[in-house]
Unconditional design. Structure first.
Length: 561
């Protein structure tokens, strides 16, 4: 069994209320990070056993995807009990030990909170099912009478995000709303009891030392459901207004809900912080940053490896954060999308209609990773360049476990071993997100490549060993060493949250900006070498053999001004 990390060179966390503004946050998907008890599922003691790895990587905070009791109908985003730990992942004592170890290493802890829906095994939902129509228990969720003579038809034609109807019948003419999987009934946020209960949950984890929250589907929660429901087509029209009037998403009442949350955050020193996962039009994103502290900007993650797209996204988001008073967030990978080394090794997606990130690489995934052919080395090279660019930007960087190893998406998971509800609800029409959730490799060989002493809950490919921590640690030029060097250097170079664009060569091919203190970041996104700007070369995403910057490479340079 893995041992807790007992190295004692504790780093004081301090009380800086702004610690998050330019933090590097590392996302741990707990079931796939490290398995201490050898049951094939990663757990909290596993995280504790890897604290020195996280410290040596140089991250400021860890964000844990849900570790709460769950039937795993949606990878843990179907929560049975918001104030407990899934027994397969440990206990509350294990949680406390993990927080203490992370804090001892100077690493803050952010936990995922899932307020839009509970699981269907939550005690409230069980009570709702056992209670009659019109009961208080049912009012905690969104129950409606079905249409048709005997309520045999769903109350509307709405589709769930994962495919299929968004309504499920309960056998007495009523149906409940689940915007995601059937096992994820939507809570009724109009009810004060629901609001209060989440405040209790926020205090519960804050009291245990949690520093912040990642708010799942932060643009959901509030709903406007008149007696006659709009059709899906009407909703699609309303969505175009971007004015907070959509029945299900991004409603203005969210401000009130999050104002209550902020009051809870302010009860603590330093105040707790939250980052919103809000898939809203860019024009509406700043509202979430203002309301909660920070909001994810997924623009880079949705873009191709392209100088113009990157430049526009960076400028736009820096202006947005200036207007909200928050800092920008930058993300290239997470547990919901195809890993960025793979995305960049596939043909560009373009920016037109239908360029949907969650479906990025769909054809490739559907073909089991065969078509179109993946340029694995080219994709990784671009990923390293994009990451070094991202880490040079003002604001905070969110990294996803395994990207520091240069991992690719796993495309060839057999159908009978898939877990993502997207796969099942679309009858395999969409492959889903399992390919980025395969347990990460720690060793070159051995059972589950050092993930645990037994197997892994999703099958790991043979090529994982070559991308393991063991294979890369201490190897100059490896992706792991690139991340380690970049994070250490970033800490030293970091200054005010500003940048100035600099013209270096053809703007269609080169992106260059200067940060305070003479930190110059240059990325060559073109096809030909460019002369390296003058100054001291601090770090580059590929080894440089001359005073030129080759294609798909980023350099950090210290200049005299
Ligand atoms: C968020 C999570 C995703 C989950 C969904 C429903 O988008 O990131 O993994 O499936 O919410 O909770």
């Amino acid at each position: 069994m893995a041992q807790p990390d007992t190295r004692s060179d504790a780093v004081p966390l301090g009380l800086d209320p702004d610690w998050w503004r330019q933090a590097v946050v590392y996302q741990v998907y707990p079931r796939s990070f490290a398995d201490a008890d050898g049951d094939g599922i990663g757990d909290l003691p596993g995280v504790t056993s890897r604290v020195s790895y996280l410290r040596d990587l140089g991250v400021d905070a860890v964000w844990l995807s849900p570790f709460y009791p769950s039937a795993l109908a949606d990878g843990g985003y179907d929560v049975d009990d918001y104030r407990n730990v899934d027994p397969r992942l440990g206990t509350l004592d294990d949680f406390d030990a993990m927080v203490a170890a992370l804090h001892g290493a100077g690493i803050r802890v952010i936990v995922d909170i899932v307020p839009n829906h509970s699981s269907n095994r939550h005690v409230w939902f069980q009570e709702a099912l056992a209670s009659p129509k019109g009961s208080h228990a049912r009012s905690r969720y969104v129950f409606r009478d079905g249409l048709g003579e005997n309520g045999e038809l769903p109350p509307s034609d709405w589709q769930s995000v994962f495919g299929g109807s968004a309504w499920e019948p309960v056998g007495d003419g009523q149906w409940y709303l689940h915007i995601f999987a059937t096992e994820q009934p939507d809570l009724n946020w109009a009810l004060p009891e629901v609001r209060e209960d989440f405040l209790t949950t926020l205090r519960f984890w804050s009291d245990r030392g949690v520093d912040g929250f990642r708010v799942d589907v932060a643009h959901g929660l509030a709903k406007d459901l008149p007696p006659v429901l709009p059709s899906a087509a009407q909703l699609a029209e309303i969505a175009k207004r971007e004015d907070g009037s959509h029945a299900l998403w991004d409603r203005d009442e969210l401000e009130e809900i999050y104002a209550d949350w902020r009051r809870v955050f302010a009860e603590y020193t330093p105040p707790r912080i939250a980052v919103a996962e809000a898939w809203v039009p860019a024009s509406r994103r700043a509202r979430y940053a203002t309301a909660l502290g920070q909001a994810f900007n997924f623009d880079l993650l949705e873009a191709d490896f392209d100088a113009d797209q990157f430049r526009q996204i960076i400028s736009f988001n820096l202006a947005q954060s200036a207007s909200s008073g928050s800092s920008s967030t930058w993300v290239l990978s997470n547990h919901d999308v195809v890993r960025h080394a793979t995305r960049y090794g596939l043909p560009p997606r373009g920016t037109g209609e239908g360029a949907d990130t969650l479906k990025s690489g769909t054809a490739w995934l559907l073909s089991g990773g065969e078509e179109p052919p993946l340029d694995a080395l080219g994709g990784l090279r671009k990923a390293r360049a994009a990451t070094l660019l991202l880490l040079g930007l003002p604001g905070s960087a969110y990294l996803y476990e395994g990207e520091e190893l240069g991992l690719h998406e796993v495309a060839d998971i057999p159908a009978d071993q898939r877990q993502d509800p997207t796969f099942f609800r679309t009858n395999g029409g969409e492959i889903g997100r399992d390919g980025c959730r395969v347990p990460i490799p720690w060793t070159v060989s051995g059972p589950s490549f050092g993930f645990g002493s037994a197997g892994a809950h999703l099958p790991q490919p043979a090529w994982f060993g070559a991308s393991s921590v063991e294979a890369e640690a201490g190897v100059p030029g490896s992706t792991l060493e690139l991340y380690r060097s970049a994070l250490a250097l970033r800490r030293r170079l970091q200054g005010d949250e500003t940048l100035d664009w600099v013209e270096v060569g053809d703007p269609d091919a080169v992106l260059a900006f200067r940060r305070p203190g003479g930190w110059l970041v240059v990325t060559n996104l073109g096809e030909t070498n460019i002369p390296l700007p003058e100054g001291e070369l601090l770090l580059s995403s590929e080894a440089l053999s001359s005073a030129e910057l080759p294609p798909a490479t980023t350099a950090w340079i210290r200049t005299s001004d």
